[in-house]
Design a protein around this ligand. Structure first.
Ligand code: CA
Length: 226
């Protein structure tokens, strides 16, 4: 799951981002409306947490643009305002939920999880590839009925591969989706994590689900020859 937070108050943004990363979400942050809109229109996010009072471009305007662009991201609006009129306006503009500042952090997490679980979205939350099963809500992974314990990043990588089962994903695509923009490091990080995943997911099984596509990237599939 990849989230975008558009929030200009640096301290608030920092607390939210650290909390969300601890919950295993990949989170990008924008501190003004213009940057936020640019990011939201170039990356496919599962959910956008949007402050209303923003420099550059207001949250309401970002919301309208997302609607016009046919964005499938769920939108949770954050605001200091608490009038009924504003709520109506935001929902009409396409917000999926609304949280008034100041809010308890736990409440934010509950709302986010509820939104991510909510149909209709393009995602179903149980993903199966062969005998591999991922539950995107509980983040539990099983293969042939046996539980596999993964770290947060291993899980995020496997979820991305599974959500795109049968498709070849390049290292760049994987980097962009699984490692958020806070990550600057080794370019072979994807290969390192694929090795970890293989040890946990494939090693004990005859059918290897994680395939290397030479010169291209990786593919998760249970087909004999992708
Ligand atoms: Ca603000």
């Amino acid at each position: 799951m990849r989230l975008l937070l558009i929030e200009d108050e640096l301290k608030v943004a920092d607390v939210i981002v650290r909390g969300l990363r601890a919950e295993r979400f990949a989170v990008d942050v924008a501190h003004d409306g213009i940057t936020g809109w640019q990011m939201a229109s170039t990356v496919e996010y599962d959910l956008i947490i949007l402050d209303l009072m923003l420099p550059g471009l207001s949250g309401t305007e970002v919301l309208k643009r997302l609607q016009r662009a046919g964005s499938s991201a769920a939108v949770l609006v954050l605001t200091a305002r608490d009038s009924i009129g504003d709520k109506v306006t935001q929902f009409e503009a396409g917000a999926d939920d609304y949280l008034t500042k100041p809010f308890a952090y736990a409440e934010l997490i509950v709302r986010i999880k509820a939104l991510l679980r909510r149909p209709p979205t393009s995602h179903t939350y149980i993903v199966r590839v062969g005998d591999l099963e991922l539950d995107r809500l509980t983040q539990k992974v099983r293969r042939a009925g046996r539980r596999i314990d993964l770290t947060a990043k291993e899980y995020a990588l496997l979820e991305y591969l599974a959500a795109n089962a049968g498709r070849v994903l390049t290292r760049t695509m994987i980097m962009e989706h699984v490692w958020d923009e806070s990550f600057e490091g080794l370019t072979n990080i994807v290969d390192v994590y694929v090795r970890h995943l293989r040890a946990k997911v494939d090693e004990a099984h005859e059918t290897k689900l994680i395939r290397t596509v030479r010169g291209a990237g990786y593919c998760l599939t249970d087909e004999a020859d992708p």
